[in-house]
Write a protein that binds this ligand. Structure first.
Ligand SMILES: NC(=O)c1ccc[n+]([C@@H]2O[C@H](COP(=O)([O-])OP(=O)(O)OC[C@H]3O[C@@H](n4cnc5c(N)ncnc54)[C@H](O)[C@@H]3O)[C@@H](O)[C@H]2O)c1
Length: 330
């Protein structure tokens, strides 16, 4: 396969590149990434230096950049995005540009170049929020109800991708995944942020009452789900991807503190995020039944390995300079 992965210098993209080069060494892989504040070339440096991938620096919103990277590819896995909800509240314009216009530009060039398959990586946030006392879960049949500019821009991009399947007969698939964790995640996101704050002797800020629940998955398991979908997913289909690990923010915080042998006095409760979704929970039985996928890591083991990775790889997160202090302002 000749495959183009967008956003490969970001968190999930870099994990996917490592995964893909290991599992499919026969494939030719190109990574297209603009290297925004969220992209970190060090995450994929060994793959570039060893010639296992070709790296193209470019913007998914610019047709010439996309053409340059996509020419010769038969498959596209699209991850490039603005991805941080807090930033989308302050700068929604960037989210509309990258997530909507960028996806549109990729689709147009994929159509022109007759790309064989286009997979779009999306989020569970498009579905909105569930209440804490409900037993409901989001599935492929759930109506979209995005509540932040980030979620709305991802929802728009999902619709665009599906429309290209219907209108132009493109072979497309979409996946909606829960919260990922693992190595190479930007230190503005909750797990690396908390570990790095605690390591620097600071307390961790928990939004509101800390009871907001997220559905967590180890990033390498997300990568294996993407592999299954790109390899065997039915054209036009959406797949919900879940690690089936529902955890409130305060439970997650306590787990991190316990792994680091620290006490609960290191928690500071702060004002809530505007429009903070209460609970996400996912029913991924379609993916498990249809494609036989299941995650390989257990939550506690994967979380411990992740915390230890950030403790051992200070050089990596220090490489972001000041950009990682963003969410401390809110
Ligand atoms: N992180 C999660 O928990 C999660 C969960 C579900 C879905 N997703 C989706 O997965 C994808 C990847 O998320 P992530 O957490 O790895 O994001 P990230 O912010 O870590 O990485 C995004 C990458 O995209 C690149 N990029 C941004 N704008 C670009 C542009 N205009 N042109 C080219 N490259 C550009 C950045 O440089 C960066 O390398 C996103 O589409 C996101 O919506 C993420």
């Amino acid at each position: 396969m000749r495959i183009l992965i967008t956003g490969g210098a970001g968190f999930i993209g870099s994990n996917l590149l490592h995964y893909w080069c290991e599992k499919h060494p026969e494939d030719r892989v190109v990574c297209l990434d603009k290297l925004t504040y969220a992209g970190h070339l060090e995450s994929i440096r060994p793959l570039i230096d060893d010639g296992r991938i070709d790296f193209v620096r470019g913007d998914i919103c610019i047709s010439d950049d996309v053409l340059n990277a996509m020419r010769g590819a038969d498959t596209v896995i699209h991850l490039a995005a603005e991805s941080h909800v807090d930033r989308s509240i302050d700068r929604p314009d960037e989210f509309v540009r990258t997530n909507v216009l960028g996806t549109f530009t990729l689709l147009e060039e994929a159509r022109r170049l007759d790309v064989r398959r286009f997979h779009h990586v999306s989020t569970d946030e498009v579905f909105g929020t569930l209440s804490l006392d409900s037993v409901r879960k989001f599935s492929e049949r759930t109506r979209y109800n995005p509540r932040s500019p980030y979620a709305a821009s991802k929802a728009a991009s999902d619709h665009l991708v599906r429309s290209y399947g219907e209108t132009y007969g493109m072979t497309i698939t979409v996946s909606n995944c829960g919260n990922n964790f693992g190595p190479f995640q930007h230190p503005e996101k909750i797990i690396p942020r908390f570990v790095t704050l605690l390591k620097s002797g600071k307390n961790v800020p928990v939004y509101g009452d800390g009871l907001n629940v997220r559905d967590w998955i180890y990033v390498v398991d997300h990568c294996s789900a993407l592999d299954a979908i790109v390899g065997r997913g039915k054209s036009g289909s959406t797949y919900v991807v879940s690690g089936r690990n529902e955890l409130s923010n305060i439970e997650l915080t306590r787990k991190i503190l316990s792994i680091m042998n620290l006490g609960q006095d290191r928690i500071d409760y702060i004002g809530d995020r505007p429009g903070h979704d209460r609970r996400y929970a996912l029913d991924d039985s379609k993916l498990r039944k249809e494609l036989g996928w299941k995650p390989s890591m257990r939550l506690n083991d994967a979380l411990k390995a992740t915390v230890e990775w950030y403790l051992d790889n200070e050089w990596w997160w220090k490489g972001f300079g000041d950009s990682y202090s963003f969410s401390a302002k809110r």
